[in-house]
Ligand binder design. Sequence first.
Ligand code: RAM
Length: 369
Amino acid sequence: MKKKVLSIILSAAMAATLLAGCGNAAQETNTPAAETPAEETGETEETEAPAGETDSEGGAVYAFVSKSAGNPFNERQAAGFEEAVADLGGTAIVKHPEAATADAQISVIQSLISQEVDSICVAANDENALEPALREAADAGIKVCSVDSTVNVASRLTHVNQAGVTEIGQCLMDAVYDITGGEGQWAILSATSQAANQNAWIESMKSIMEDEKYAGLELVEVAYGDDEPIKSTDQTQALLQKYPDLKVICAPTTVGIAAAAKVLQDQKSSVKLTGLGLPSEMAEYIGDDDAHSCPYMFLWNPIDLGRLGAYTSAALVNGDITGAEGDTFTAGDMGDYTIVKAGDGGTEIILGAPFKFDPSNIEEWKEVY
Ligand code: RAM
């Protein structure tokens, strides 16, 4: 019953956010209350379906490969994936590679092929480098989709996207414009240089910035913290040293933004921060005053993203969808989804619009994810 109510609320909230764009999470209620973050998982985690809960998809083995271990965002995605697989009555295999590299993911994918899993859902560290391994998986009858960070069209049946690329680029660009006052130097602190999701958002920001409205803004550098806290901290410090007139850092990565927020706030820097962050990690840095480094930021629900990855995998495995544009399926209590054309010529499923987190709602959302 609770799940049904949540499902209805979720659909309504999504419709509202889609209309609003860059929606404010305080007005949304799309959070499954029962969801809790996964515990520290290490490299591999396997979850058997609870006895007595199998259905027509029962027995299938669904694998999720995250970008890397030690990233709370990835752990929340994995928790959502496992929750949905339990709901489907299948078995979830979660793999967190030790580093955010393509090589680490390729060896994980190869071991999953040997294990004869039914599906692989991967948040890719490189759009193209996984292609040989994923083609081998497809040839072995494994249904492949990507989530969060896409693989190229030849490597996947479809992609589970958190939000539209341009939509995220526009939210971030508007925030940079607003926080700088429309002029001055700003920098990007990204994840790895090969990350398909961050690169797509950065390209989108750059093309939005070509509009005359943004003529007063100067993007001085795109730095890469590789989704490692220490490297992200070092890169933030280097940006501050290199650009004394820097006004804003935009970090479209939850690891990067958390590291940068701490550096700026500890140093009482006048440089401000925005980007994509986990409310639980960013709450202490969000505020309107000089004492806080981040006026506001954006994200989506990483638990729901993982859940949608699992429901998409199941729909591919049981033949409800092939990944073609126009295919529709029901993602458990998340409701119905339609596969749409993606910007790269392949297809995708969009979770929703990015949410804005600011002083008005961060206290509430830091408890959720
Ligand atoms: C990091 C990862 C992930 C991205 C978020 C916003 O956790 O790079 O892929 O979606 O940030």
